[in-house]
Design a protein around this ligand. Structure first.
Ligand SMILES: [Zn+2]
Length: 322
């Protein structure tokens, strides 16, 4: 993808373009900002601008295509191997960077997840940053820049990235990806400005399973405990998506709260479940909704502390249906 086709991040693209035009690219960047918002895409588009045979990042020339397929000999991608980026990986990169570029005017090394450099790897990388070679560009990416070694941070030019505004993300999902407006609205509201989430495997969770989860929840009653325990087990078993499931529940009660305050349906997340929302909002006075939201926040905090997941979900559901 070229600069012009990447959505949002206008200021960042402009700064990078100006650095290229004025021959003032630093030897190292640190792109920082939340996961899944397009830092890596921008880094690859920047590499295309630098390597492209037309100088435009055309996406069609052999250089651009090799970048797209991650097989350009002068582009090196580094990611954590397991939990960390290890010293052997950094040594491998240092060896590569000690050679002259083969096809491009310079070598680019992209280090994704820079906060996960283990101490030895971090110190090794520091050497490269302290004695930069003229024909190299390092781009470090991090969603947790405060966890990157300060000595590394200070040797990079930092470029912060922000989430896309909700309206923009919705527009993109609806127009460019041929998504129903209603679907785009729900995904955008739940995905918190993050593209990867909105488009990736969470799409199914957010669209279909959300409906199922909320309908099951709405059908629970404090008088019959078995279905409640069943749902708690189902939720706890999908450990990987537990946070997202809680987000869905949060949005459900938040929607009801908004209905109480006479907000129109544009502000709601679950616009496809309006009838259910209205029925539930009638059943729950504002004070009760606030208690339920509190219970959800408490459950989220507990999960961060690694409590028994199923027990936490049982307690939560009991509070939600009370
Ligand atoms: Zn090109």
């Amino acid at each position: 993808m070229s600069f012009s086709r990447i959505l949002g991040h206008d200021r960042q693209k402009e700064l990078l373009q100006r650095a290229i035009d004025t021959h003032r690219l630093p030897h190292a960047y640190l792109f920082e900002g939340p996961e899944g918002i397009g830092k890596r895409l921008v880094a690859l588009a920047l590499t295309k601008r630098l390597f492209c045979e037309t100088g435009q990042g055309c996406c069609n020339c052999p250089a651009c295509r090799k970048i797209e397929h991650h097989n350009h000999p002068d582009l090196h991608l580094l990611e954590p191997d397991g939990q960390f980026i290890k010293i052997e990986q950094i040594r491998g990169i240092q060896k590569e960077l000690s050679f002259r570029p083969l096809e491009a005017p310079r070598k680019v090394c992209l280090i994704d997840g820079a906060e996960r450099l283990n101490p030895a790897a971090g110190n090794a990388l520091l050497k490269t940053l302290e004695e930069p070679r003229p024909e190299t560009l390092l781009i470090l990416l991090s969603a947790a820049p405060e966890a990157v070694l300060p000595t590394i941070r200070s040797r990079c030019q930092r470029l912060p990235f922000n989430r896309l505004p909700r309206a923009r993300l919705q527009e993109v999902l609806a127009d460019q990806l041929n998504m129903e407006e209603e679907e785009a609205h729900i995904l955008t509201a739940l995905a918190d400005g993050s593209f990867k989430k909105a488009l990736g495997k969470d799409r199914e969770l957010f669209l279909k399973r959300r409906r199922q989860l909320l309908k099951t929840l709405a059908g629970l009653s404090p008088n019959s405990i078995l279905p409640l325990l069943d749902l708690a087990r189902q939720m706890a078993e999908d450990k990987e998506h537990l946070t997202e499931q809680l987000e869905i529940l949060l949005a459900f009660y938040r929607d009801q709260l908004l209905l109480h305050h006479g907000r129109n349906s544009d502000d709601l997340v679950n616009i496809d479940l309006l009838e259910l929302l209205e029925r539930m909002a009638e059943r729950h006075p504002v004070a009760a909704l606030l208690h339920k939201l509190e219970a959800l926040f408490a459950a989220r905090r507990q999960l961060d502390r690694n409590v028994n997941r199923q027990l936490a979900m049982e307690v939560l559901l009991l509070k939600l249906v009370a």
